[in-house]
Write a protein that binds this ligand. Structure first.
Ligand code: GLU
Length: 292
């Protein structure tokens, strides 16, 4: 009996909505591109619910997202992976960063950081990116770290970036990307004093743990990718490839946000728009992954 190995059968992608509002057309397009890439590669598509922000996430938004995805016909492989159920994995990852002395506790407030930023700085980071952390606020390397006990987990922890190192990746949709650590992005939060990992840590841990081979998401997260690549390397995890889809803009050129209720999938559905009509709008940008 001969066995034929399909080299792309190991493809694993994921959809990762945050249940902080209703899914809109922008999500639908990114998720459709992700689903098409997984389908074309003959791979799997997982669903991860990014529900760590307890102040903003709501179970009814999760239920609505599942319903909207089913309505669109975007099928993911069970089970659904809830980040809120994976805290032990994030704690273990923090412990590894701690053991490697790559994190330090940060006692600075947002206000401290905002004050520091009034000094001119040459970064061209978008307004919603995490601000550059002043390197002079870092503790000296080798400074003893507090233990990760209950008190330690109730601190903010930052990852120390390798200043001057260029982090680069070749994005399947957005082309070659690079950023210099310490210049384009600084020491970033990996853990919050409310006992929760940052998005960067949780995402890197999950993409590795779930065996994701290609991350497809919106281009607004390109800058996060540099941080996640550093974390994946530090955690000795396999690095996925990335495909950042262009963001959908509204008629004023602003990116769609969850407050654009008129473009929420459920609003469109209630107005009689069919899933086929929604998906038909995306076809030109959803080109399949190119084979090497
Ligand atoms: N949950 C994130 C969002 O909705 C996406 C995270 C990701 O794809 O890495 O913006």
């Amino acid at each position: 009996m001969s066995s034929v190995v399909n080299p792309s059968a190991s493809y694993a992608g994921r959809l990762a909505p945050s249940p902080t509002g209703h899914l809109h057309l922008g999500h639908a397009r990114t998720f459709w591109i992700a689903a098409e890439r997984a389908r074309t590669a003959g791979g799997r598509l997982l669903l991860r619910i990014d529900d760590l922000d307890t102040a903003r996430c709501r179970p009814d938004y999760t239920a609505a997202a599942l319903e909207d995805l089913a309505w669109l016909g975007l099928v993911t492989e069970p089970p659904v992976h809830f980040q809120s159920a994976r805290l032990t994995h994030y704690r273990a990852a923090l412990a590894r960063l701690h053991a490697a002395h790559l994190v330090y506790p940060c006692h600075r407030s947002r206000r401290d950081l905002a004050g520091a930023l009034s000094a001119p700085h040459e970064g061209n980071a978008p307004a919603d990116d995490e601000p550059l952390y002043p390197p002079e606020w870092r503790p000296a390397p080798g400074t003893p770290l507090p233990a990760l006990d209950d008190a330690g987990l109730a601190l903010n922890w930052r990852c120390r970036v390798p200043d001057g190192e260029t982090i680069a990746f070749n994005d399947a949709l957005a082309g070659p990307q690079s950023a210099v650590a310490g210049r384009d992005f600084g020491d970033f939060l990996v853990w919050r004093k409310d006992g929760m990992p940052s998005y960067q840590l949780a995402c890197a841990v999950d993409d590795a743990a779930l065996g994701i081979t290609e991350v497809v998401r919106g281009a607004d997260l390109i800058r996060s990718t540099f941080r996640q690549l550093l974390l994946l390397r530090t955690l000795s995890a396999t690095v996925p490839s990335y495909a950042h889809a262009p963001l959908m803009l509204d008629e004023h050129g602003n990116r769609l946000a969850k407050r654009h209720d008129s473009l929420a999938l459920r609003t469109l559905r209630a107005a009689g728009v069919t899933p086929a009509a929604v998906l038909a709008r995306f076809a030109p940008t959803g080109s399949p992954p190119t084979k090497p």
